[in-house]
Ligand binder design. Structure first.
Ligand code: G3D
Ligand code: MG
Length: 184
């Protein structure tokens, strides 16, 4: 058999959520990530933007369905919908505001764990790394929290400059694949 015949393309669909306080940069991160292939579907009743992007790996294609909060108020009411069928989460704080870090463990991760019964992958992101003068949370504090909450990875990003965006999403995708026992 030739290589072409043995290596068929595998396809996956993953739903992920992006969680964190208002204005930490959730929507900006997604916009940067999807860039050219922007596919957005606003669901007013859910208070959510649902954005799709296909990620091409060596011999697999992963369709990512990303749920992004549009306004935090509705979230309390519809959060079980957010997490239904969800395989992973990006937990985002803002390196210029301490309370956004505190809320990761006390609010966002707690909700994720409560609603996602099956093993769900999550990574921790410290966003706005470009705001060097306003930064109050050192990298080590983020790393510490990631270890404490057993996040599979920690990464700092700048949605403004487009730094580490691909890397962040890629870390989550690979973690989900590995959690599902997929070896690519
Ligand atoms: P949210 O979806 O989490 O609520 P947004 O956050 O993506 O709407 O971003 C909130 C504000 O932070 C926006 O500014 C956005 O431009 C800014 N922002 C997001 N990411 C970064 C970043 O990495 N660096 C910097 N410097 N700013 C960022 P405005 O002024 O439009 O409200
Ligand atoms: Mg937003």
């Amino acid at each position: 058999m030739t290589r072409e015949e043995t290596s068929e393309l595998r396809e996956f669909v993953f739903k992920i959520t992006i969680l964190g306080d208002a204005a930490v940069g959730k929507t900006s991160l997604i916009s940067q990530f999807v860039e050219g292939s922007f596919q957005e579907d606003y669901k007013p009743t859910l208070g959510a933007n649902i954005v799709r992007k296909d990620v091409n790996l060596d011999n697999a294609r992963v369709r990512l369905i990303m749920w992004d909060l549009a306004g935090q108020e509705k979230y309390q009411v519809v959060r079980s919908m957010y997490f239904q069928g969800c395989q992973g989460a990006l937990l985002v704080y803002d390196v210029t505001r301490y309370n956004t870090l505190d809320n990761i463990n006390t609010k966002w991760l707690r909700d994720f764990k409560k609603h996602v019964k099956k093993k769900g992958a999550f990574i921790l992101i410290g966003n706005k790394s470009d705001l060097k003068d306003q930064r109050v949370i050192p990298t080590e504090r983020g790393q510490e929290l990631a270890t404490k909450i057993k996040a599979s990875h920690f990464i700092e990003t700048s949605a403004k400059l487009g730094e580490n965006i691909e890397e962040a999403f890629s870390l989550l995708v690979h973690q989900i694949l590995s959690d599902h026992g997929v070896n690519l």
